[in-house]
Every structure is written in C-alpha cells, then in structure tokens.
Design a protein around this ligand. Structure first.
Ligand code: USQ
Length: 379
C-alpha cells in the first residue's frame, strides 16, 4: 500500500512515516516547512534537536518520495497526487496551533485560509483523479468543545417534536484554529454525501511524547515544541520541570482534555489507514484517556520528585484563554477499539521517558526560557 503523508516533516507526520516504512508500506510525503518557519517566527525552535528533512531522508536511504510545496496551492496538490498515486492520503499539513490563530486578525485568517483551502484541495483532487483514495484527515477533539453531555463519535441521535434523526454532534470550538477544523469536518461530510468518497475524520486529543520505537531504532528524533504558541500542555510541563520553571497551569486547572501518547497516535493512524471506509464518512475520536490539567501537573511533579528528588512548583497563572475551567467531560472512543486499538503507552510509562529525553537537551530548553510564559491572550 502507498501512503502520501501531507505534513511529513511534522511532530506526528515524521514518526508516522518511520512506522509505515518500517512495516513495508511505500511512503510519499509533502511539506513546505511551514511549522519550522512559524515556530522560528514566534522566537522558538524544537527543544529536541532535529535534522533537516533532507538529512532525515538521506539516513533512510531516501526511502521517502518527497515533494516540497504548499498544500494550500491546488496545482501542487493535484500534481503530487497524480505523480505519487497513493492509496491513502494522511492530511497533517495544517496550521496546528490554537494560540497562533488567536494572535491577530492576520493569523486568524491565515489559519482559516490555509486549513480550509488545503482540505478543499485534497477533496477536489481526490474526486477528480481517483475517488478510491482513502482520505485520513486530522481534526481535533477540541471541535466539540466542552458540552454538558457525553460526546459521541461525530453524530448524535436526536428526537425532537416526535421525530428523530442521527445528526452531526454540535461543534463548539474555542479558537479560530478549532473553527477551521470544524469547517473541514463539514466539507468532508458534504464531499462524501455528494461524491461517495472514503473519508476518515480523526478527532484527535492532545498528543504528548518524544519517542516511538522507530525513532529509537533510526535515531531520528521528531520535533518537540515547548513555547507558549506551539508547545502543547504536557510537553511544556515536562520542559518546565527540567529547567526548574514552575508548571504553568492555566487558571484553576480543572479543565479536562483528552490525551494520547505519540506512540498511540501513530499506532491509531496506522490502524485507520489499514481500515478504509467504503464510500463512507467515518469519525474516530482518537485519544487514550482524559484528565484534568491539575492531574497532569501533579503527575509530572511526582515523577520528577521520585526520579531526581527535586521539588517542582506548580503555578496557576491567569488563564490567557477563554475556556470553561469547571465542566463535565465524557467523550467516547469506541470506533478505534472496534478496529483493534489498544493503548500502547500510558501517561505513567511516557512521562519518565520524556523527562530523560528533554534533560539531554537541557541547554536548548534553557535558551527557550523567554518563550515559555503565556503571552497570547484570547481576550
Ligand atoms: N494549558 C495549560 N498550560 C499550558 C498550556 C496549555 O494549562 O502551559 C491548557 C490550555 O488552557 C488547555 C489545555 O491545556 O486547556 C490544552 O492546551 P494545549 O495547548 O495543550 O492544546 P490545544 O491548544 O487544545 O491544541 C492542541 C494541538 C492541536 C490539537 C489539540 C487537540 O495544538 O493541534 O488539535 O491539542 S484538543 O485539545 O483535543 O483540541
């Protein structure tokens, strides 16, 4: 099977490529190094040293058929699909930071434009060139927001005035980034409805981690962002602990979010690639567990204490985001289990591995100290 990974230079794209190559798939990929550039633009870089893409590919004997370009350019998307002839396309090539989308009108529109256009380009290219291609699209658990009822997988049975239907679950994203993903979701739903396409729409939780077995095997790390714009919460907490910076829990810390390890993310995507829907739009809620942020902070604090006997502070900083801090949260994730998903790495397995990897890059983390403090305000 041949898989085209859009965003192959990214945090998840690169380990996914390693996994698929290692398991005998043909892998093509595209990237315009947008994340490397945007992270530089906010004064940061990957806290774990990574090679350039060409060095990565050289170390893999150029096993990846690579295209440099922007997936918000429709000609580029048509050209690479025509040339690489994939069976599946995994779309990871979107602007992926909620805080980045909230910096200004310019970054909000950049996020909406890039993300919506790239998905539209893929939909049209697949419709025009080969409708058998399986589109695996990365959405976000944050599309649902935090409703006061259970969160099903994409759809909800609704009874109203004596009639009932299975309708899209209401989406209540809390940033322009999440809104862009919601638009993608509706675009994919419509595309499948009118053109009978094969779509897996993946509502992914927050991913954490530094390693997969292939990263260790090939000694090729993936990027690891810890700054206030591109860093996600657990990756930031680990780095903060390593340099003795109090963990920046936003607000009360009772906010609950769904999480999974990098290894589980890659494993789930591999399972989804192996189970293409047949002329169907299918939603996967892709996460392992959900936790309140305070639980994550306590886990990092306790594990650090037991590994290095050092006390880590926890600082409840004023929340720069507009989000509920006390709320109900109960999403389901049955569809992945139906195709064979079992947790690979738990939070407790992964935190010590992450601490050790980040400690090896301590000097870089120190050098990024001034981009840790939250500075992007939703208000
Ligand atoms: N948070 C802190 N302290 C920090 C950073 C974040 O308390 O130093 C809190 C935030 O307020 C939020 C939660 O942690 O309540 C998650 O924030 P995050 O930055 O880790 O994740 P988020 O902005 O939601 O976005 C990330 C990825 C995005 C993906 C999404 C999945 O950047 O690409 O779609 O996670 S989800 O969160 O399920 O929407």
């Amino acid at each position: 099977m041949k898989v085209l990974i859009l965003g192959i230079d990214g945090y998840i794209g690169f380990p996914l490529a390693l996994r698929l190559l290692d398991r005998g798939y043909e892998v093509a990929g595209a990237d315009n190094f947008y994340t490397r550039n945007r992270v530089r633009k906010v004064g940061s870089k990957s806290a774990i040293k990574i090679n350039s893409f060409s060095t990565r590919n050289k170390k893999l004997n150029n096993a990846i058929q690579f295209y440099r370009g922007d997936v918000s350019n429709s000609k580029f998307v048509y050209d690479i699909i025509r040339d690489s002839k994939p069976d599946a396309i995994v779309h990871l090539a979107e602007q992926r930071s909620a805080p980045y989308s909230m910096i200004s009108l310019k970054t909000a529109i950049e996020t909406l434009d890039k993300n919506i256009e790239s998905t539209m380009n893929i939909i049209y290219a697949v419709k025009d060139l080969n409708k058998d291609i399986h589109i695996v699209k990365l959405g976000s658990m944050g599309e649902y927001g935090t409703p006061n009822i259970d969160i099903p997988e994409g759809f909800l049975n609704v009874s109203y005035n004596g009639r009932s239907d299975n309708l899209p679950f209401p989406r209540m994203g809390q940033s322009w980034y999440h809104l862009s993903k919601i638009f993608d979701t509706y675009s994919l739903m419509l595309a499948e409805r009118i053109w009978n396409m094969n779509v897996s729409d993946v509502m992914q939780g927050v991913v954490y981690g530094t390693r997969t077995p292939e990263i260790s095997k090939y000694k090729l790390f993936t990027r690891f962002d810890i700054d206030q714009v591109y860093g996600t919460v657990l990756n930031r907490f680990i780095s903060q602990a390593v340099i003795g910076y109090p963990l920046t829990v936003y607000g009360k810390g009772n906010q609950k979010r769904a999480f999974l390890s990098l290894e589980d993310s890659v494993e789930c995507l591999n399972l989804i690639i192996d189970h293409p829907p047949e002329r169907e739009y299918r939603v996967y809620n892709q996460f392992d567990e959900y936790y309140p942020l305070n639980y994550l902070a306590e886990t990092v604090k306790n594990q650090y204490k037991s590994l290095y006997n050092r006390d880590i502070g926890i600082d409840h900083v004023q929340n720069p985001r507009v989000e509920m801090e006390d709320h109900y949260y109960n999403p389901v994730n049955e569809n992945l289990r139906k195709i064979g998903y079992k947790r690979q790495r738990s939070l407790d397995d992964e935190v010590p591995v992450m601490i050790r990897d980040v400690r090896r890059n301590m000097n870089t983390v120190y050098s990024l100290k001034n981009v840790i403090k939250p500075a992007t305000n939703w208000r």
